[in-house]
Design a protein around this ligand. Structure first.
Ligand code: SF4
Length: 275
């Protein structure tokens, strides 16, 4: 199933937001933090159930809209983020492979933006497909590719991000993009507490696994009774934020810590800016 829209490009007001494209309604990853985008889609009546949210509907007129909006916004757009309310390289848990329809549409959008001299910042809990990595050298040299990962444990992923790509596959594809010479980043939020994921008490292994990136975002898990019920929640986030801050300094990684998380005032970086 697909949908049509009236517009595509918009300026997001979310933290570190900017010009953004969300070219599908829904996301097969079905995160249970819960997903802010799903809550919004439910509130506005665009989806009714979790199951419906997990059956993504790509925007079939996305490329036509992009064409006309590139003319309308000529000279105003320097970079575009993909995506805040869906996932551009969504994983298909049934086939254990990237969702081909989304990957094709995302690649076409990136190409068209790059052809117009506009760079992109991408974030996924899926995997960058082989064919995409193979052609990345021909895309804009200032594109930035990221993955979200808050835990290395598959048990955590199965419970909280049930439709997303296996964590090792996400990281492998990002490492390959880094090895191809592109800028890479990692989003480590919403970072859990030990009552949600025991491994979160010590982020060392996670930080070592993502130590090759150029930029990182770190943020606590907000608005969760379970997280807030953890005895020592404030100490936990202060301690992990300090470890993340030290790690970033040691590796020369540009770090943004999200508002509401300890050390956020010391780490306000423009993640979407050129590295
Ligand atoms: S990957 Fe992002 S958009 Fe998709 S379900 Fe998870 S939080 Fe929502």
């Amino acid at each position: 199933m697909t949908i049509t829209r009236q517009s595509l490009l918009y300026e997001s007001k979310v933290e570190y937001g900017g010009w953004t494209i969300n070219h599908a309604l829904g996301c097969s990853h079905g995160c249970k933090y819960p997903c802010y985008a799903m809550s919004l889609a439910k509130r506005t009546g665009r989806v009714k159930t979790y199951e419906q949210w997990c059956s993504p509907q790509p925007v079939e007129n996305a490329l036509d809209l992009l064409e006309s909006e590139l003319s309308r916004y000529r000279g105003r757009v320097e970079s575009v983020h993909l995506s805040f309310t869906t996932d551009p390289f969504m994983w298909d848990a049934d086939t254990q492979a990237p969702n081909a329809e989304m990957a094709q549409l995302t690649t076409a959008i990136i190409r068209r933006l790059n052809d117009a001299g506009i760079r992109v910042t991408v974030l996924t809990k899926g995997v960058y497909p082989e064919e995409f990595i193979d052609q990345v050298a021909g895309l804009h040299e200032d594109n930035q590719y990221g993955v979200s990962v808050v835990s290395l444990t598959e048990e955590f992923r199965r419970q909280w991000e049930p439709g997303s790509a296996p964590i090792s596959a996400r990281l492998d594809s990002l490492r390959r993009l880094s090895q191809a010479g592109t800028a890479t980043w990692v989003s480590m939020e919403p970072y859990p507490t030990p009552n949600v994921d025991p491994s979160s008490a010590d982020p060392t292994a996670l930080l070592e696994a993502v130590g090759f990136v150029d930029k990182a975002v770190f943020g606590r898990w907000n608005y969760s009774k379970l997280v807030n019920s953890y005895d020592g929640v404030d100490f936990h986030y202060a301690s992990v934020a300090t470890t993340v801050s030290d790690w970033a300094a040691e590796h020369g990684i540009i770090l943004h810590i999200k508002r509401g998380t300890p050390l956020s005032a010391e780490h306000e970086a423009d993640i979407l800016a050129i590295r």
